[in-house]
Design a protein around this ligand. Structure first.
Ligand code: F0G
Length: 457
Protein backbone atom coordinates (compact mmCIF):
# COMPACT_ATOMS: atom_id res chain seq x y z
CA UNK A 1 0.00 0.00 0.00
CA UNK A 2 1.30 3.45 -0.86
CA UNK A 3 1.85 5.55 2.24
CA UNK A 4 -0.36 8.64 2.47
CA UNK A 5 0.89 12.20 2.55
CA UNK A 6 1.95 13.70 5.88
CA UNK A 7 3.57 16.94 6.99
CA UNK A 8 7.37 17.16 6.83
CA UNK A 9 7.55 18.41 10.44
CA UNK A 10 6.11 17.70 13.87
CA UNK A 11 4.74 20.15 16.43
CA UNK A 12 6.72 21.19 19.50
CA UNK A 13 4.71 24.11 20.87
CA UNK A 14 1.00 24.96 20.70
CA UNK A 15 -1.17 28.01 21.29
CA UNK A 16 -4.77 27.53 22.46
CA UNK A 17 -7.51 29.10 20.33
CA UNK A 18 -11.07 29.77 21.39
CA UNK A 19 -14.49 29.44 19.79
CA UNK A 20 -17.19 32.06 20.36
CA UNK A 21 -20.96 32.27 19.99
CA UNK A 22 -22.76 33.86 17.06
CA UNK A 23 -24.24 36.41 19.43
CA UNK A 24 -20.76 37.47 20.60
CA UNK A 25 -19.53 37.71 17.04
CA UNK A 26 -22.44 39.87 15.96
CA UNK A 27 -21.64 42.32 18.71
CA UNK A 28 -17.89 42.30 17.98
CA UNK A 29 -18.31 42.75 14.25
CA UNK A 30 -20.67 45.67 14.79
CA UNK A 31 -18.11 47.27 17.12
CA UNK A 32 -15.49 46.66 14.40
CA UNK A 33 -17.65 48.58 11.88
CA UNK A 34 -17.94 45.45 9.72
CA UNK A 35 -14.23 45.60 9.00
CA UNK A 36 -12.40 42.47 10.18
CA UNK A 37 -9.11 44.38 10.48
CA UNK A 38 -10.72 46.14 13.43
CA UNK A 39 -11.43 42.92 15.34
CA UNK A 40 -9.25 41.83 18.24
CA UNK A 41 -7.34 38.66 17.38
CA UNK A 42 -8.82 36.96 20.44
CA UNK A 43 -12.27 37.41 18.89
CA UNK A 44 -11.15 35.15 16.05
CA UNK A 45 -11.20 31.34 16.05
CA UNK A 46 -9.29 30.54 12.84
CA UNK A 47 -7.33 33.47 11.48
CA UNK A 48 -6.87 33.48 7.71
CA UNK A 49 -6.50 37.25 7.44
CA UNK A 50 -3.01 36.88 6.06
CA UNK A 51 -0.07 34.54 5.64
CA UNK A 52 2.20 37.49 6.39
CA UNK A 53 4.20 37.30 9.60
CA UNK A 54 1.81 34.67 10.94
CA UNK A 55 3.90 31.55 10.29
CA UNK A 56 5.35 29.26 12.95
CA UNK A 57 9.13 29.41 13.21
CA UNK A 58 11.13 26.20 13.45
CA UNK A 59 13.30 25.06 16.35
CA UNK A 60 16.32 25.93 14.21
CA UNK A 61 15.07 29.47 13.71
CA UNK A 62 14.41 29.93 17.42
CA UNK A 63 17.84 28.60 18.30
CA UNK A 64 19.46 30.88 15.68
CA UNK A 65 17.87 33.80 17.52
CA UNK A 66 19.92 33.05 20.60
CA UNK A 67 23.06 33.69 18.56
CA UNK A 68 21.86 37.09 17.37
CA UNK A 69 24.53 39.78 17.33
CA UNK A 70 23.00 43.10 18.36
CA UNK A 71 26.00 45.25 17.45
CA UNK A 72 24.91 48.53 15.91
CA UNK A 73 27.16 48.19 12.88
CA UNK A 74 28.67 45.18 11.15
CA UNK A 75 26.95 42.49 13.25
CA UNK A 76 27.71 38.85 12.46
CA UNK A 77 23.94 38.41 12.03
CA UNK A 78 23.98 40.81 9.10
CA UNK A 79 26.81 38.98 7.36
CA UNK A 80 25.15 35.61 7.90
CA UNK A 81 21.88 36.95 6.45
CA UNK A 82 23.65 38.73 3.58
CA UNK A 83 25.48 35.53 2.62
CA UNK A 84 22.17 33.63 2.41
CA UNK A 85 20.57 36.31 0.23
CA UNK A 86 23.60 36.34 -2.08
CA UNK A 87 23.59 32.57 -2.29
CA UNK A 88 19.87 32.17 -2.97
CA UNK A 89 19.26 35.08 -5.33
CA UNK A 90 22.70 35.81 -6.77
CA UNK A 91 22.44 39.51 -5.85
CA UNK A 92 25.53 41.54 -4.92
CA UNK A 93 24.16 44.22 -2.60
CA UNK A 94 21.76 43.67 0.29
CA UNK A 95 19.93 46.12 2.59
CA UNK A 96 17.71 44.82 5.40
CA UNK A 97 14.44 46.66 6.12
CA UNK A 98 11.78 46.02 8.74
CA UNK A 99 9.23 44.64 6.25
CA UNK A 100 8.32 44.59 2.56
CA UNK A 101 6.68 47.98 2.34
CA UNK A 102 9.73 49.49 4.00
CA UNK A 103 11.89 47.98 1.26
CA UNK A 104 9.53 49.59 -1.26
CA UNK A 105 9.69 52.90 0.56
CA UNK A 106 13.49 52.95 0.67
CA UNK A 107 14.05 51.84 -2.92
CA UNK A 108 11.21 53.85 -4.46
CA UNK A 109 12.25 57.00 -2.56
CA UNK A 110 15.39 56.96 -4.59
CA UNK A 111 13.91 55.81 -7.92
CA UNK A 112 10.32 57.07 -8.36
CA UNK A 113 9.39 60.64 -9.19
CA UNK A 114 6.23 62.50 -10.14
CA UNK A 115 4.90 61.58 -13.57
CA UNK A 116 6.66 58.20 -13.73
CA UNK A 117 4.87 55.11 -14.97
CA UNK A 118 5.50 51.72 -13.38
CA UNK A 119 4.00 48.65 -15.02
CA UNK A 120 3.55 45.48 -13.00
CA UNK A 121 1.59 42.24 -12.86
CA UNK A 122 -0.94 43.49 -10.30
CA UNK A 123 1.04 45.61 -7.83
CA UNK A 124 0.29 44.73 -4.23
CA UNK A 125 -1.60 47.54 -2.45
CA UNK A 126 1.42 48.87 -0.54
CA UNK A 127 3.47 48.79 -3.74
CA UNK A 128 0.76 50.71 -5.54
CA UNK A 129 0.50 53.05 -2.55
CA UNK A 130 4.21 53.82 -2.67
CA UNK A 131 3.93 54.60 -6.38
CA UNK A 132 0.74 56.66 -6.27
CA UNK A 133 1.76 58.64 -3.18
CA UNK A 134 4.75 59.84 -5.23
CA UNK A 135 2.33 60.98 -7.96
CA UNK A 136 3.46 58.26 -10.31
CA UNK A 137 1.20 55.78 -12.05
CA UNK A 138 0.99 52.01 -11.53
CA UNK A 139 -0.30 50.17 -14.60
CA UNK A 140 -1.44 46.58 -14.33
CA UNK A 141 -0.16 44.32 -17.11
CA UNK A 142 -1.35 40.94 -15.82
CA UNK A 143 -2.57 38.42 -18.37
CA UNK A 144 -6.34 38.53 -18.99
CA UNK A 145 -6.39 34.80 -18.20
CA UNK A 146 -6.40 35.81 -14.53
CA UNK A 147 -9.75 37.55 -14.93
CA UNK A 148 -11.68 34.34 -15.51
CA UNK A 149 -11.61 32.59 -12.14
CA UNK A 150 -12.97 29.35 -13.59
CA UNK A 151 -10.31 29.01 -16.29
CA UNK A 152 -7.74 26.33 -15.45
CA UNK A 153 -4.38 27.79 -16.42
CA UNK A 154 -1.18 26.95 -14.52
CA UNK A 155 0.42 30.42 -14.59
CA UNK A 156 -2.31 32.98 -14.15
CA UNK A 157 0.16 35.33 -12.48
CA UNK A 158 1.93 35.91 -15.80
CA UNK A 159 2.62 39.23 -17.41
CA UNK A 160 0.86 40.00 -20.68
CA UNK A 161 3.81 40.86 -22.90
CA UNK A 162 1.53 42.80 -25.26
CA UNK A 163 0.20 44.98 -22.46
CA UNK A 164 3.71 45.48 -21.10
CA UNK A 165 5.15 46.44 -24.49
CA UNK A 166 2.34 48.94 -25.00
CA UNK A 167 3.18 50.66 -21.72
CA UNK A 168 6.90 50.64 -22.54
CA UNK A 169 6.45 52.14 -26.02
CA UNK A 170 3.91 54.74 -24.95
CA UNK A 171 5.94 55.96 -21.97
CA UNK A 172 9.54 56.02 -23.19
CA UNK A 173 11.81 57.77 -20.71
CA UNK A 174 9.15 57.71 -17.99
CA UNK A 175 9.48 54.11 -16.75
CA UNK A 176 12.14 53.85 -14.01
CA UNK A 177 11.52 50.09 -13.62
CA UNK A 178 8.91 47.38 -13.90
CA UNK A 179 7.64 45.42 -10.86
CA UNK A 180 7.34 41.67 -11.36
CA UNK A 181 5.47 40.11 -8.44
CA UNK A 182 6.00 36.41 -7.72
CA UNK A 183 3.61 34.88 -6.92
CA UNK A 184 0.97 37.34 -8.07
CA UNK A 185 -0.88 37.88 -4.79
CA UNK A 186 -3.66 40.14 -6.02
CA UNK A 187 -5.01 37.73 -8.64
CA UNK A 188 -4.95 34.77 -6.29
CA UNK A 189 -1.43 33.78 -5.30
CA UNK A 190 -0.98 32.70 -8.89
CA UNK A 191 2.52 31.87 -10.11
CA UNK A 192 4.55 33.34 -12.97
CA UNK A 193 6.24 30.80 -15.23
CA UNK A 194 9.99 30.75 -15.79
CA UNK A 195 9.34 31.36 -19.47
CA UNK A 196 7.27 34.44 -18.68
CA UNK A 197 9.87 35.74 -16.23
CA UNK A 198 12.56 35.45 -18.90
CA UNK A 199 10.38 37.02 -21.61
CA UNK A 200 9.41 39.88 -19.30
CA UNK A 201 12.99 40.62 -18.31
CA UNK A 202 14.15 40.50 -21.93
CA UNK A 203 11.35 42.76 -23.10
CA UNK A 204 12.04 45.32 -20.37
CA UNK A 205 15.76 45.25 -21.05
CA UNK A 206 15.11 45.77 -24.76
CA UNK A 207 13.60 49.12 -23.70
CA UNK A 208 16.38 49.74 -21.15
CA UNK A 209 13.90 49.34 -18.31
CA UNK A 210 15.19 47.46 -15.25
CA UNK A 211 13.09 44.82 -13.46
CA UNK A 212 12.39 44.77 -9.73
CA UNK A 213 11.11 41.46 -8.44
CA UNK A 214 8.54 41.76 -5.65
CA UNK A 215 9.64 38.53 -4.04
CA UNK A 216 7.37 37.91 -1.04
CA UNK A 217 6.42 34.40 -2.19
CA UNK A 218 9.41 33.50 -4.38
CA UNK A 219 9.68 29.95 -2.98
CA UNK A 220 6.04 29.11 -3.68
CA UNK A 221 6.56 30.45 -7.20
CA UNK A 222 9.59 28.19 -7.61
CA UNK A 223 7.54 25.23 -6.34
CA UNK A 224 4.93 25.81 -9.04
CA UNK A 225 7.62 26.08 -11.72
CA UNK A 226 9.03 22.76 -10.53
CA UNK A 227 5.66 21.02 -10.45
CA UNK A 228 3.87 22.65 -13.39
CA UNK A 229 6.41 23.81 -15.97
CA UNK A 230 8.08 21.50 -18.44
CA UNK A 231 11.79 20.96 -17.81
CA UNK A 232 12.07 21.78 -14.08
CA UNK A 233 10.90 18.70 -12.23
CA UNK A 234 14.43 17.46 -11.53
CA UNK A 235 15.75 20.82 -10.39
CA UNK A 236 15.82 21.81 -6.73
CA UNK A 237 13.84 24.78 -5.45
CA UNK A 238 17.14 26.57 -4.81
CA UNK A 239 18.32 25.96 -8.38
CA UNK A 240 15.02 27.23 -9.77
CA UNK A 241 15.16 30.28 -7.50
CA UNK A 242 18.62 31.16 -8.78
CA UNK A 243 17.37 30.85 -12.35
CA UNK A 244 14.32 33.03 -11.69
CA UNK A 245 16.59 35.89 -10.62
CA UNK A 246 19.16 35.69 -13.42
CA UNK A 247 19.14 39.04 -15.18
CA UNK A 248 16.74 40.63 -12.66
CA UNK A 249 18.02 44.03 -11.53
CA UNK A 250 16.72 44.19 -7.97
CA UNK A 251 14.31 42.66 -5.50
CA UNK A 252 12.14 43.94 -2.71
CA UNK A 253 11.20 41.31 -0.18
CA UNK A 254 8.59 40.97 2.49
CA UNK A 255 10.33 38.25 4.50
CA UNK A 256 7.14 37.73 6.51
CA UNK A 257 5.90 35.29 3.89
CA UNK A 258 8.44 32.91 2.38
CA UNK A 259 11.13 33.91 4.89
CA UNK A 260 8.85 32.51 7.63
CA UNK A 261 9.63 35.24 10.13
CA UNK A 262 7.13 37.41 11.98
CA UNK A 263 8.73 40.65 10.84
CA UNK A 264 11.40 41.47 8.29
CA UNK A 265 12.26 42.43 4.77
CA UNK A 266 15.08 43.50 2.51
CA UNK A 267 16.24 45.00 -0.76
CA UNK A 268 18.84 43.26 -2.89
CA UNK A 269 20.27 44.47 -6.16
CA UNK A 270 23.09 44.07 -8.62
CA UNK A 271 23.03 47.76 -9.43
CA UNK A 272 25.69 49.65 -7.45
CA UNK A 273 24.06 53.01 -8.14
CA UNK A 274 20.68 51.81 -6.90
CA UNK A 275 22.37 50.38 -3.82
CA UNK A 276 24.06 53.70 -3.05
CA UNK A 277 20.79 55.56 -3.67
CA UNK A 278 18.76 53.25 -1.43
CA UNK A 279 21.32 53.42 1.39
CA UNK A 280 20.68 57.16 1.66
CA UNK A 281 17.02 56.50 2.47
CA UNK A 282 17.62 53.40 4.56
CA UNK A 283 19.54 55.31 7.21
CA UNK A 284 16.89 57.94 8.05
CA UNK A 285 13.84 55.67 7.58
CA UNK A 286 15.01 52.25 8.74
CA UNK A 287 18.37 52.48 10.45
CA UNK A 288 21.99 51.88 9.72
CA UNK A 289 22.55 49.73 6.63
CA UNK A 290 23.63 46.55 8.42
CA UNK A 291 20.45 46.30 10.48
CA UNK A 292 17.89 48.43 8.62
CA UNK A 293 15.04 48.10 11.10
CA UNK A 294 15.74 44.56 12.23
CA UNK A 295 17.19 43.02 15.37
CA UNK A 296 20.31 40.91 14.93
CA UNK A 297 18.41 37.90 16.28
CA UNK A 298 15.68 38.43 13.68
CA UNK A 299 18.23 38.57 10.88
CA UNK A 300 19.53 35.21 12.11
CA UNK A 301 16.03 33.70 12.15
CA UNK A 302 15.43 35.05 8.66
CA UNK A 303 18.65 33.58 7.29
CA UNK A 304 17.57 30.19 8.62
CA UNK A 305 13.96 30.64 7.43
CA UNK A 306 15.02 31.46 3.87
CA UNK A 307 17.23 28.38 3.71
CA UNK A 308 14.68 25.92 5.10
CA UNK A 309 11.64 27.30 3.27
CA UNK A 310 13.39 26.92 -0.06
CA UNK A 311 13.42 23.14 0.38
CA UNK A 312 10.89 21.07 -1.54
CA UNK A 313 9.44 19.14 1.41
CA UNK A 314 8.57 22.28 3.32
CA UNK A 315 6.83 23.79 0.30
CA UNK A 316 5.09 20.58 -0.63
CA UNK A 317 3.62 20.33 2.88
CA UNK A 318 2.34 23.86 2.61
CA UNK A 319 0.89 23.81 -0.88
CA UNK A 320 -0.65 20.42 -0.19
CA UNK A 321 -2.70 22.02 2.60
CA UNK A 322 -3.89 24.86 0.39
CA UNK A 323 -4.87 22.31 -2.24
CA UNK A 324 -6.66 20.21 0.37
CA UNK A 325 -8.86 23.18 1.26
CA UNK A 326 -9.48 23.72 -2.46
CA UNK A 327 -10.54 20.09 -2.86
CA UNK A 328 -13.19 20.56 -0.15
CA UNK A 329 -14.53 23.66 -1.89
CA UNK A 330 -14.66 21.62 -5.11
CA UNK A 331 -16.77 19.07 -3.30
CA UNK A 332 -19.16 21.82 -2.18
CA UNK A 333 -19.05 23.49 -5.62
CA UNK A 334 -17.92 26.83 -4.24
CA UNK A 335 -16.25 28.95 -6.95
CA UNK A 336 -12.71 30.18 -6.36
CA UNK A 337 -9.77 31.36 -8.48
CA UNK A 338 -8.63 28.15 -10.16
CA UNK A 339 -6.31 26.40 -9.79
CA UNK A 340 -5.60 26.96 -6.08
CA UNK A 341 -2.82 29.50 -5.51
CA UNK A 342 0.24 29.22 -3.33
CA UNK A 343 -0.70 30.93 -0.11
CA UNK A 344 -4.45 31.20 -0.19
CA UNK A 345 -7.78 30.32 -1.69
CA UNK A 346 -9.53 33.27 -3.30
CA UNK A 347 -13.29 32.75 -3.36
CA UNK A 348 -15.05 34.50 -6.24
CA UNK A 349 -17.53 36.59 -4.25
CA UNK A 350 -19.24 37.94 -7.36
CA UNK A 351 -20.28 34.38 -8.18
CA UNK A 352 -21.39 33.58 -4.61
CA UNK A 353 -23.30 36.68 -3.51
CA UNK A 354 -24.90 37.25 -6.87
CA UNK A 355 -27.70 39.38 -5.39
CA UNK A 356 -25.39 41.88 -3.72
CA UNK A 357 -24.65 44.74 -6.16
CA UNK A 358 -21.00 45.69 -6.65
CA UNK A 359 -21.66 49.10 -5.08
CA UNK A 360 -22.38 47.17 -1.87
CA UNK A 361 -19.08 45.26 -1.93
CA UNK A 362 -19.92 41.54 -2.26
CA UNK A 363 -16.51 40.22 -1.13
CA UNK A 364 -16.47 42.49 1.91
CA UNK A 365 -19.98 41.23 2.72
CA UNK A 366 -18.84 37.62 2.36
CA UNK A 367 -15.96 38.35 4.76
CA UNK A 368 -18.54 39.46 7.34
CA UNK A 369 -20.75 36.43 6.74
CA UNK A 370 -17.87 33.96 7.13
CA UNK A 371 -16.81 35.59 10.37
CA UNK A 372 -20.37 35.55 11.73
CA UNK A 373 -20.78 31.92 10.76
CA UNK A 374 -17.76 30.49 12.57
CA UNK A 375 -15.31 33.14 13.77
CA UNK A 376 -13.12 32.68 10.71
CA UNK A 377 -11.34 35.81 9.64
CA UNK A 378 -10.52 36.06 5.95
CA UNK A 379 -9.97 39.27 4.04
CA UNK A 380 -11.32 41.13 1.09
CA UNK A 381 -9.13 41.42 -2.00
CA UNK A 382 -11.63 43.22 -4.12
CA UNK A 383 -13.40 46.49 -4.65
CA UNK A 384 -12.64 47.83 -1.17
CA UNK A 385 -8.94 47.11 -1.49
CA UNK A 386 -8.89 48.50 -5.04
CA UNK A 387 -9.47 51.96 -3.53
CA UNK A 388 -10.55 54.92 -5.63
CA UNK A 389 -8.92 56.19 -8.78
CA UNK A 390 -6.47 58.87 -7.59
CA UNK A 391 -7.68 61.30 -10.27
CA UNK A 392 -11.43 60.70 -10.67
CA UNK A 393 -11.98 59.50 -7.04
CA UNK A 394 -14.39 56.89 -8.42
CA UNK A 395 -14.42 53.41 -6.90
CA UNK A 396 -12.40 51.01 -9.01
CA UNK A 397 -14.84 48.23 -9.85
CA UNK A 398 -12.85 46.93 -12.84
CA UNK A 399 -11.03 44.02 -11.22
CA UNK A 400 -12.01 40.86 -9.40
CA UNK A 401 -13.92 40.87 -6.13
CA UNK A 402 -12.45 38.10 -4.03
CA UNK A 403 -12.55 36.76 -0.50
CA UNK A 404 -9.03 35.65 0.38
CA UNK A 405 -8.50 32.88 2.86
CA UNK A 406 -4.74 33.07 3.42
CA UNK A 407 -3.18 30.14 5.18
CA UNK A 408 -0.38 30.84 7.65
CA UNK A 409 2.67 28.63 7.23
CA UNK A 410 2.91 25.63 9.59
CA UNK A 411 0.15 26.90 11.90
CA UNK A 412 -3.16 25.14 11.28
CA UNK A 413 -3.92 21.47 10.63
CA UNK A 414 -6.07 19.95 7.92
CA UNK A 415 -8.85 19.65 10.53
CA UNK A 416 -8.94 23.44 10.69
CA UNK A 417 -9.27 23.45 6.90
CA UNK A 418 -12.31 21.19 7.26
CA UNK A 419 -13.93 23.69 9.63
CA UNK A 420 -13.19 26.54 7.23
CA UNK A 421 -14.70 24.69 4.28
CA UNK A 422 -17.80 23.67 6.25
CA UNK A 423 -18.39 27.22 7.47
CA UNK A 424 -18.07 28.55 3.95
CA UNK A 425 -20.47 25.88 2.72
CA UNK A 426 -23.05 27.00 5.30
CA UNK A 427 -22.79 30.57 4.03
CA UNK A 428 -22.89 29.35 0.43
CA UNK A 429 -26.05 27.36 1.10
CA UNK A 430 -27.89 30.48 2.20
CA UNK A 431 -26.43 32.78 -0.46
CA UNK A 432 -29.83 33.38 -2.11
CA UNK A 433 -31.09 35.03 1.06
CA UNK A 434 -28.19 37.50 1.21
CA UNK A 435 -29.34 40.41 -0.92
CA UNK A 436 -27.75 43.45 0.67
CA UNK A 437 -24.12 44.28 1.39
CA UNK A 438 -22.32 47.09 3.17
CA UNK A 439 -21.97 50.85 2.73
CA UNK A 440 -18.97 53.05 3.55
CA UNK A 441 -19.44 55.42 6.49
CA UNK A 442 -15.85 56.62 6.70
CA UNK A 443 -12.73 55.93 4.65
CA UNK A 444 -9.08 57.03 4.55
CA UNK A 445 -7.77 58.69 1.37
CA UNK A 446 -5.23 55.90 0.75
CA UNK A 447 -5.28 52.16 1.58
CA UNK A 448 -8.75 52.52 2.97
CA UNK A 449 -9.46 48.84 3.56
CA UNK A 450 -7.46 48.66 6.80
CA UNK A 451 -9.48 51.32 8.58
CA UNK A 452 -12.70 51.72 6.61
CA UNK A 453 -15.86 51.95 8.70
CA UNK A 454 -18.93 50.29 7.25
CA UNK A 455 -22.57 49.77 8.00
CA UNK A 456 -24.58 46.73 7.11
CA UNK A 457 -27.42 47.39 4.70
N1 F0G B 1 4.40 42.60 -1.86
C1 F0G B 1 3.51 41.61 -1.82
C2 F0G B 1 3.30 40.74 -3.00
C3 F0G B 1 2.77 41.39 -0.64
O1 F0G B 1 1.88 40.40 -0.61
C4 F0G B 1 3.01 42.22 0.47
C5 F0G B 1 2.27 42.04 1.71
C6 F0G B 1 3.96 43.24 0.37
C7 F0G B 1 4.65 43.40 -0.82
C8 F0G B 1 4.26 44.17 1.51
O2 F0G B 1 4.99 43.52 2.48
O3 F0G B 1 3.50 43.46 4.50
O4 F0G B 1 5.95 43.02 4.67
O5 F0G B 1 5.13 45.29 4.21
N2 F0G B 1 1.26 41.32 1.79
C9 F0G B 1 0.52 40.99 2.98
C10 F0G B 1 -0.68 40.20 2.61
C11 F0G B 1 0.27 42.10 3.94
O6 F0G B 1 -1.53 39.99 3.49
O7 F0G B 1 -0.79 39.77 1.47
P1 F0G B 1 4.88 43.84 4.04
Amino acid sequence: MELPFAESWKIKMIEPIRKSTRQEREQWLKEAHYNVFQLRAEQVYIDLLTDSGTGAMSDRQWSAMMLGDESYAGATSFYKFEAVVKQLFGMKYVIPTHQGRAAENVLFSSLVKEGDVIPGNAHFDTTKGHIESRKAKAIDVTTDKAKDTQLEYPFKGNVSLEKLEKVLTENKGKVPFMVLTITNNTVGGQPVSMENIKDTVNLCHKYNVPVVMDSARFAENAYFIKTREEGYKDKSIKEITKMMYEGVDAMTMSAKKDGVVNMGGFIATNNKEWFEGAKLFCIPFEGYVTYGGMNGRDLNALAEGLMENSEYDMLHTRIHQVQYLASLLDEYKIPYQRPAGGHAIFVDADKVLTHVPKEEFPAQTLTCELYLEAGIRACEIGYMLADRDPVTRENRFGGLDLLRMAIPRRVYTDNHMKVVAAALKNVYDKRESITRGVAIEWEAPLMRHFTVQLKRL
